[in-house]
Design a protein. Structure first.
Length: 255
């Protein structure tokens, strides 16, 4: 019996080492696009024939910040995985197709937005801890599940980048519509209560309010903006009577 154990023990050690090596290889492969690094500052080898790249971080293991918990608090580190990326043909796209040139002070701003490849059925309330909490999710057709954000803000003199303030004139649209084919949704944005030139923006959000990821770096994400004048009653009448200034694309309402 002792002789059997004497022979079996080294064989068991060899077996465990081989088994562990297979486990390490399985963990290292991880992705069809190349080796997945287990720690920051490790070059990522790709099978695309391109040189490797070295990320500074891929998770929150080395952060000195507190971990984000789904509420709108910062600076923090978000541990949530970015999630699923749709194929290029299924990446979300939006366009403001109708907007007023001018509205009265205190008047809600109604715009029409064409939306493609965004299913507007997913919205985790940020005030309830749903912000940056959920990974990006595609439906069975490979389309992003999420919603639309719309907001307006005064641009002031219009010659410098604005402070990143929160906007009271804001609304989210989760109406259950949207799909692969473009559809048009009417959005009523809360009024601006002072005379100003304003920028109104619409952008897509996934279920946890991030802009949906695109397959390629040189694709324009799903957003659009338009400039609108907020004026007194008489001034609005004058603005509407004046033809709008058209940009290169010929879309109305940019000035």
């Amino acid at each position: 019996m002792k002789k059997v154990l004497y022979v079996a023990k080294p064989l068991l050690v060899v077996f465990l080492m081989v088994f562990a090596s297979f486990g390490v290889l399985a963990m290292a492969e991880g992705s069809a696009f190349g080796v997945r690094a287990a720690a920051p500052n490790v070059p990522i080898a790709h099978n695309h024939g391109a040189p490797g790249v070295t990320p500074l971080a891929r998770d929150c293991q080395e952060t000195q910040l507190e971990i984000h918990d789904g509420f709108q608090e910062a600076p923090t580190c978000v541990e949530t995985e970015m999630g699923e990326v749709a194929a290029q043909a299924n990446n979300p796209s939006i366009l403001i197709v109708d907007a007023p040139r001018a509205v009265r002070v205190g008047q809600n701003i109604q715009i029409k937005v064409s939306s493609r490849n965004l299913v507007r059925d997913r919205f985790l309330a940020a005030g309830q801890g749903g912000y940056y909490l959920e990974s990006g999710i595609l439906n069975d057709a490979g389309l992003t599940r999420g919603h639309l954000h719309s907001a307006c803000r005064s641009v002031g003199a219009g010659n410098t980048a604005l402070a990143p303030d929160r906007q009271a004139s804001f609304i989210a649209t989760e109406d259950g519509g949207g799909g692969a084919a473009p559809d048009t949704v009417t959005i009523v944005i809360p009024a601006i209560n002072t005379r100003a030139d304003v920028q109104c923006a619409v952008w897509a959000g996934d279920g946890s309010h991030r802009m949906p990821m695109m397959q390629f770096a040189n694709q324009i994400p799903a957003f659009d903006t338009v400039r609108i004048k907020v004026r007194g009653r008489e001034e609005v009448a004058d603005d509407i009577a004046t033809p709008p200034v058209r940009g290169p694309e010929g879309r109305r309402g940019d000035q």
